[in-house]
Every structure is written in structure tokens, then in C-alpha cells.
Ligand binder design. Structure first.
Ligand SMILES: *Cc1c(COP(=O)(O)O)cnc(C)c1O
Length: 444
């Protein structure tokens, strides 16, 4: 960027033209998601869908879904999107849900609902616990942290799915909630949801399925006759499912869903205040003012694409995924971890330094997610990758040859992830490193 605006608001303001030029300039430093250079963060279904997003979003960028009486339009969009998705997830006629700002809010809402249901129906529970796989998204730990619930994190079995026996043994009188992912973010594998469902029923506790990634993929994969492990409301013990619209739903950022089997649990999600001079207050999710743009855009994209549109996108992305996985295995030095069910997976190696490989790929213009425990690189495949898959594999082959004879850098685990941010391999206190990083980053 040419210049920083700094701390002071400009006296006079600028023309839209000037600002657009400056914003486009700023954007040029961002990862090239439209060209498939990034393997996460953005889910782009092409220019046509982008047009739908922009127009839908624009029409409602001032809309506030906080008040459904003032905005029956947004209420209609939200409830229709919830109902359409509930049906995709094979929920029965009693299903209800909410749109939220993202998977993290969806997670927070379902954990809150379970907690408050337990407080109201099981008064003997004063220190609630939830049991989650180690691979569950940090959003669930974050929810537990905010809501003061103890999390019991269960190790993974060798297939990267949660160790069921360990889950069984961890359930106690304070357990209010089990969680499984469909699929997990780090490895793209689906936890044994059927068995978790049975445990949940036997012990009369809730089971949340985190389908933030899979919610808008797995139902279509099933229609396309791919193998999809059972994960949705057809499993009797499942009480809620989260699905991100702004991931494989391909809608604008700021949109996710939490769906409940019935309204009994959702009632505990709501917040009310009856003694406020401003009036009787009720709010369904975390946000007060609830942006209309993402809700309208989500409704528009869902109904623009329809089942056929999603099937086409899912088929395309899966074809690319298969080609990429073949090419990755053909390097002879890399492996796919576990048995990923869809277009999210991790590459590991017991032959070369996987972080050195990531560094070599950065030099060729590719940003891959760096994971640890075990060291791996993460790929989320989306439509823009169709055009670049051969170029990516050619560069990967070159990068493998570059690093296969190098001595490992002796970076253990996650320390190597941070090497790319300019810290030392020997970084010890990861927690304060991460806080320092955030503190330093969010400054002008
Ligand atoms: C992305 C993701 C989340 C969190 O969603 P955000 O939209 O980033 O808040 C939760 N669970 C899984 C499996 C995810 O992939």
C-alpha cells in the first residue's frame, strides 16, 4: 500500500472514485483466492453466483433482522433458508433453527442452548461438561470458554476419528453435550456419529454435529452416490447440526445455520429481558442488530443454485479433489491422512519435512494451511481450483524434489508453523506467542 491513513480521520473526505482505487490497490496484497492460490478462507462459485450475492446483499444492506415485525422480508428469508436446509439434513417436520453470523456463533448458540436446558431440566448439574473430539473446531472450545463449561477433549483413533471408547468412559453425571464433526476441519473425516448418537440417547444427553463444512456438501454427495457416513438427523440421538452457508453454501460471508431437531432445545438459545425501559426485549442469537445483507444473499444464492446447482458444484469440486489426491500420492513422498470423505483433507509425510515443502510452495505462489499434531498441510478444494489443478501438481512435484534431500530443520510441531511469521523454531510459550501476535497485528 502506498500510504497509511493513520489515526486521524481525514478532514474533508474523499470521492468514491479515489477510495475505490485505494481499496483495489490494498486488495492487490491479498491472497489470490479467485485464481485458486489459497486453499481455505474463501469459497467462490464463480462470477454468476457473485452477481447474485452482490445484488441480494445490496438490496438489504440496511435491513435489520433484529425486528421481524419491521422486516418481515428478512424473517421470510431466514425461516425459508432454515427450512430448506433442515430438509436437506433430513430433519423432521418439527425442526427449527436460526441464521447466525458464522460457524462460531452457531456453535456458541447450540452449546448455550444445551447448557441452559441442563440448568433448567437437570438442576443437579452445576458444573456442566461437554465432550468433544480433539479435532473439533476451536469454535467449540471458544463457546465453552465463554459459557464457563468444562471441555473434555478426546484423542483421535488412528483413523483420525474420535476414539469412541474414550468418549464413553468420559461421560459422567455432569456431561450435557457430545460433539462430532461431519467432517472435521483438520482431516476431513466424519466422526462415528451413529455410535455417538446411541451414547447420547442411552445417557440422555445432547449430540451436536458440526457440519459447518459438510452441511452443503454431504447431502449432495449422497445424491451423487458417493459413500457418505451417516451424520444427519436420521440418526435419532442427533439434537442439533450446524452448517455454514458462507463456506460450501457459497453465499456471502457472515452466514451460518444452527438447526435443532425440535423447538424444545432452541427455546434455551433465546435471550430475553423483561424489565428494560426500552421495552420487552427478545433476541434469537448473539448479535443485537442483525445484518440483513448476508441473510438476503444466502436466500438468493440457495434459490439461485437449487439442488442442481449444488450438485454441479459438488461434482466439479470432487473431480478436482480426486485428481489432486492422485497427484499428491504419485509424488511418492506424501500421503493423505485418514480417509477424507469430501473436498477437505490433509497431506502428511514421513519422508520429508512437510513445513519445508510448504515454504517451497509459498515461493511458487501457493498458500497451504499448516497443521500440527501430526505435521500436515491442509487443503480445502473449491471451484477456482479446477483451472489450476495441473499447475499446482506440477509445482508440488518440483517442490517435493527441492526439499526431499534437505535435512529437516528440526522444527518440532507447531513451532515450524510460526517460522513463516518470522519467529524462531525454538519458540516455547505458544499461548503468549499467539496473544502477542494478535496484539501486534491489530494495530495501524
Ligand atoms: C469454519 C468452521 C467452524 C467455524 O466457523 P466460522 O464461520 O469460521 O466461525 C466451525 N466448525 C468447522 C468444522 C469449521 O470448518
Amino acid at each position: 500500500m502506498k500510504e497509511k491513513k493513520g489515526n486521524c480521520l481525514s478532514k474533508k473526505g474523499s470521492s468514491l472514485e479515489t477510495l475505490l482505487a485505494e481499496m483495489k490497490e490494498a486488495r492487490s496484497a491479498d491472497v489470490g483466492w479467485k485464481n485458486g492460490q489459497s486453499w481455505g478462507l474463501v469459497y467462490h462459485a464463480g462470477e454468476e453466483v457473485d452477481q447474485v450475492i452482490k445484488e441480494g446483499h445490496n438490496l438489504f444492506s440496511h435491513g435489520n433482522a433484529l425486528d421481524p415485525q419491521a422486516f418481515p422480508s428478512l424473517k421470510k428469508f431466514e425461516t425459508e433458508v432454515v427450512a430448506q436446509t433442515a430438509s436437506l439434513l433430513n430433519a423432521g417436520p418439527d425442526a427449527v433453527g436460526s441464521m447466525t453470523s458464522g460457524g462460531s456463533e452457531s456453535s456458541l448458540m447450540t452449546v448455550k442452548a444445551s447448557r441452559d436446558q441442563a440448568y433448567s431440566e437437570k438442576p443437579q448439574i452445576t458444573e456442566p461438561e461437554m465432550i468433544i473430539p480433539e479435532s473439533a473446531h476451536p469454535a467449540l472450545d471458544k463457546a465453552a470458554h465463554y459459557l464457563r463449561i468444562k471441555t473434555v477433549r478426546i484423542p483421535l483413533a488412528t483413523d483420525y476419528r474420535v476414539d469412541l471408547e474414550a468418549v464413553r468412559q468420559s461421560i459422567n453425571a455432569n456431561t450435557i453435550l457430545l460433539v462430532g464433526s461431519a467432517p472435521s476441519y483438520p482431516h476431513g473425516v466424519v466422526d462415528p456419529i451413529e455410535e455417538l448418537g446411541q451414547l447420547a440417547l442411552e445417557r440422555n444427553i445432547n449430540l451436536h454435529v458440526d457440519a459447518c463444512l459438510g452441511g452443503f456438501v454431504l447431502p449432495f454427495l449422497e445424491r451423487l452416490n458417493y459413500f457418505v457416513p451417516p451424520f444427519d438427523f436420521r440418526i435419532p440421538g442427533v439434537t442439533s447440526i450446524a452448517a455454514d452457508l458462507h463456506k460450501y453454501g457459497y453465499t456471502a460471508k457472515g452466514a451460518s445455520l444452527v438447526i435443532y431437531r425440535n423447538s424444545k432445545l432452541r427455546r434455551h438459545q433465546f435471550f430475553t429481558l423483561t424489565s428494560w425501559p426500552g421495552g420487552l426485549f427478545g433476541s434469537s442469537t448473539i448479535t443485537g442488530t442483525k445484518p440483513g445483507g448476508p441473510i438476503a444473499a444466502a436466500w438468493a444464492v440457495l434459490n439461485y443454485l437449487g439442488e442442481e446447482g449444488y450438485m454441479r458444484l459438488v461434482r466439479e469440486v470432487m473431480d478436482t479433489t480426486c485428481i489432486l489426491q492422485e497427484g499428491i500420492k504419485n509424488t511418492g513422498q506424501l500421503e493423505i491422512l485418514g480417509q477424507p470423505v469430501m473436498s477437505v483433507f490433509a497431506i502428511g509425510s514421513n519422508k520429508l519435512d512437510i513445513y519445508a515443502l510448504a515454504d517451497a510452495m509459498v515461493k511458487k505462489g501457493w498458500q497451504l494451511g499448516r497443521q500440527h499434531l501430526p505435521p500436515a498441510l491442509h487443503l480445502t478444494v473449491t471451484p477456482p481450483h479446477t483451472k489450476i489443478r495441473e499447475a499446482f501438481l506440477a509445482d508440488l512435484e518440483k517442490a517435493v524434489r527441492e526439499v526431499e534431500d534437505q535435512d529437516p530443520e528440526n522444527c518440532e510441531g507447531i513451532a515450524a508453523m510460526y517460522a513463516m511469521m518470522g519467529t524462531m523454531c525454538s519458540q516455547v510459550d505458544l499461548k503468549s506467542f499467539a496473544i502477542d501476535y494478535l496484539d501486534k497485528t491489530y494495530r495501524v
